[in-house]
Write a protein that binds this ligand. Structure first.
Ligand SMILES: [Zn+2]
Ligand SMILES: [Zn+2]
Length: 369
């Protein structure tokens, strides 16, 4: 094991540099993860661009980003080994959100909404000034604090696919758990990015009878992939009217469940409300930043008794389900993985995901240190 740890550190908006840190000493309740891979998602771009700073949450620079870590237990304290049920050499996926374990939200199973006292609230978003500095996945090693939630992952899966536990977990929670998707349901997914595609797989697993995915003209390859993953229909929103098309496909019945995973566009929110059938459920999971939704009439929700739910993170059962789906080998997930970059290229990787690099089209990207 090296004595120094290399990590990508965000020091300001749109500025990431490589820094070296000392390996931390691990106490009986803690662990050390040797990273195999860390996924990148839209939240990484928001963090990189500083957009999160404007949204009421201030990024505590300097910070090691990376909140989708997958790795091998390098070192573990005796108490942590008992509590987590893992040993040195085990491969694990790490949940990003840390929790106190004793506040009202934690004690009622809503640990993603923990408001209790804790040293750090999430991996990937904690300053390197908070000891022992290694709180992010874009590094060779990451510190595991006592309340970390881990999931064992089969060592036989390629790291860049195993790390999809995060988007796939989101698909399970947002397209199945939160809306309560049942066998025979019609599910419409607005947005065909990695999370939209993960929602397709999850809806398929839940037994949805009709899965419809929307996207832009530039998303043609993602929409094709959506069909390979189990979508029955795709809609190009630049050429077709989404609401009319869903009406046609469902012969006027409309959708039991609509999931919006599109980032920034506000029209999908209005479409979602029109696409849901009376009594249906709309899940809002695509952040819109500072943009309000114009022409939003709340009466549309009242008159048709819709249930509208917000979805932010992924919880324990959804991660477990996602990992079992990856291990099953049932879906050609490798087709979703488009790029792998080393630590030195974190900044470039984030730009590729955000379509800031001409000629590059990404769906799923992993950083491998
Ligand atoms: Zn993410
Ligand atoms: Zn708590």
């Amino acid at each position: 094991m090296a004595s120094k740890v290399l990590a990508a550190v965000q020091v300001a908006d749109r500025k990431i540099e490589l820094q070296e840190f000392a390996l931390p000493r691990i106490g009986p309740h803690e662990g050390l993860l040797r990273l195999e891979a860390c996924g990148i998602c839209g939240s990484d771009y928001e963090q990189y661009s500083g957009a999160l700073s404007g949204g009421g949450f201030r990024i505590p620079y300097p910070v090691i980003p990376g909140h989708e870590p997958l790795g091998v237990i390098e070192e573990i304290g005796s108490e942590a080994a008992k509590k987590w049920g893992v040993k040195v050499g085990d491969r694990v996926a790490v949940e990003p959100i840390l929790h106190c374990g004793v506040c009202a939200n934690c004690l009622t199973g809503r640990y993603l909404l923990c408001r209790g006292e804790r040293r750090a609230w999430a991996y990937g978003y904690t300053s390197t000034a908070t000891p022992p500095a290694l709180w992010g996945g874009y590094a060779q090693y990451m510190y595991l604090e006592p309340n970390t939630v881990l999931h064992k992952v089969s060592p036989t899966i390629p790291a860049e696919l195993a790390v999809m536990f995060n988007p796939l977990g989101a698909g399970v929670r947002w397209a199945c758990t939160i809306p309560g998707t049942k066998m025979g349901d019609t599910v419409v997914i607005l947005g065909p990015g990695q999370r939209g595609l993960a929602c397709v797989i999850a809806a398929r697993e839940a037994g949805a009878e009709r899965i419809i995915v929307t996207g832009l003209r530039a998303d043609a390859h993602k929409l094709a992939l959506a069909k390979e993953f189990g979508a029955h229909y795709t809609i190009n929103v630049e050429e077709e009217n989404t609401v009319e098309r869903v009406k046609e496909i469902t012969t006027g019945q409309m959708a039991d469940v609509v999931v919006d995973v599109s980032a920034y566009a506000t029209q999908p929110v209005l479409d979602a409300i029109e696409i849901a059938k009376p009594g249906g459920t709309v899940v809002l999971a695509g952040v819109k930043g500072p943009h309000p939704v114009p022409n939003f009439f709340s009466d549309r929700i009242i008159l048709r008794e819709l249930t509208v739910k917000g979805a932010l993170g992924v919880d324990y059962p959804a991660y477990e389900r996602a990992i079992r789906i990856i291990e099953s080998g049932k879906y050609p997930l490798a087709k979703m993985h488009t790029h792998t970059f080393p630590l030195e290229q974190v900044e470039h990787a984030i730009k590729v995901l955000a379509r800031e690099v001409p000629g590059e089209e990404a769906i799923h990207i992993a950083i491998k240190p």
